[in-house]
Design a protein around this ligand. Structure first.
Ligand SMILES: NC(=O)c1ccc[n+]([C@@H]2O[C@H](COP(=O)([O-])OP(=O)(O)OC[C@H]3O[C@@H](n4cnc5c(N)ncnc54)[C@H](OP(=O)(O)O)[C@@H]3O)[C@@H](O)[C@H]2O)c1
Length: 329
């Protein structure tokens, strides 16, 4: 893990092409801000809560408030960069989170929230940044997707649908913007040790994994155990799986290094998959027949519940109402 304090920059003191990164309060965004400042770039590290990024501030790092569900905050952040540097040189769309739950049961409100951040907010931010990039005839957009934009997992429908949509946005931008000198790059991380899993864990805990949804209880509990393995939460019935997951999970700097390459290389690849297990998972998804892929991912992500036949006619109707704060059924 990189130091919490910003190290002395190595490169030029006043780069002409600033890099704006979303979601720098934790994880990949924070590691990327550290890395790019360290490499000598001028960075705008943004977060929903400015307090969360205050220790990133330095001679070549400014912090700004930016919430992807708040148009005014996005406009204000883009305006600040354009007033100070003329345009955003590179926009790194990193912020995102995962909504987990059975597709049958996720409320429309929670689905909308998922897309509001991972897709609509990111899309809007591109729209706000692009006019100045086009006018300058140069610029770059780096989108942080996921292996989930190529493979879909059980209970991850909302998140993977949002990342599939982000990948579609990425690919259309790449084609539409090339004539204007703007490069678009997709970085697809695999399992990375950040707040991401803990946020999912809180999400599941908040909505409850047993009781209200008998039809999906076993799957949710199975997934909870997998998450426990990722989070090293202790007792597990599947030591092999826990060891495997913990071994392949990488630190956020592994992705930060790749994002730095995607953001600054003169001729970046259109896609980067990081680390190795992300490349292998996507290759396996393409190579395996759908039934084999399904069986493998159900076993890995749901444990025994993934292998078991679902109970017939489990009583969804009439089950106690699921409590979602301010949500709908
Ligand atoms: N970790 C993984 O295994 C993994 C794998 C594949 C892809 N990814 C992707 O990598 C990206 C970074 O995730 P991470 O792993 O670094 O997770 P993380 O540590 O949870 O960081 C997510 C960041 O996104 C921010 N964010 C969430 N909603 C936002 C909103 N509405 N507006 C602005 N910022 C918002 C969070 O801010 P707050 O602190 O304010 O919540 C946080 O800074 C995400 O797009 C994620 O989908 C992660």
């Amino acid at each position: 893990m990189l130091n919490q304090r910003i190290p002395t920059p190595r490169g030029p003191a006043a780069p002409v092409s600033p890099i704006l990164i979303t979601g720098c309060s934790t994880g990949i965004g924070r590691a990327t801000a550290h890395r790019l400042v360290h490499d000598g770039h001028f960075v705008y590290a943004t977060a929903r809560t400015p307090e969360a990024v205050k220790e990133l501030r330095g001679a070549t790092c400014r912090t700004l408030r930016l919430d992807l569900t708040d148009e005014a905050s996005m406009r204000a952040a883009v305006e600040v960069v354009e007033q100070e540097h003329g345009r955003i040189g590179t926009l790194v769309n990193n912020a995102g989170y995962a909504e987990i739950g059975p597709a049958e049961l996720l409320t429309t409100e929670r689905l909308r929230l998922q897309f509001e951040t991972n897709v609509f907010g990111t899309w809007r931010l591109c729209q706000l940044a692009l006019p100045a990039m086009r006018a300058a005839g140069t610029g770059r957009i780096v989108n942080v997707g996921s292996i989930g934009d190529s493979c879909t997992l059980p209970l991850w429908g909302a998140y993977t649908a949002s990342k599939h949509a982000l990948k579609a946005l990425n690919d259309t931008l790449r084609m539409e913007l090339a004539p204007y000198g703007i490069t678009t790059v997709l970085v697809e991380p695999g399992l990375i040790d950040t707040h991401f899993a803990a946020a999912i864990d809180q999400n599941i805990t908040r909505h409850g994994t047993d009781g209200p949804h008998p039809a999906y209880d076993a799957q949710m509990r199975g997934f909870g155990a997998v998450l426990g393995d990722v989070l090293s939460r202790g007792a597990t019935s599947a030591r092999l799986r826990a060891t495997l997951l913990q071994r392949i999970t990488q630190k956020p700097d592994a992705v930060a290094r790749t994002i730095a390459t995607a953001a600054t290389a003169p001729r970046p690849h259109p896609h980067y998959r990081v680390p190795l297990h992300a490349r292998l998972a996507i290759a396996a998804h393409h190579a395996l027949p759908a039934r084999s892929w399904d069986a493998l991912t159900r076993l890995l992500f749901l444990g025994r519940a993934g292998a078991a036949a679902p109970p017939r006619g489990a009583p969804l109707a009439g089950a106690p109402a699921r409590r979602v704060p301010g949500g709908e059924r």
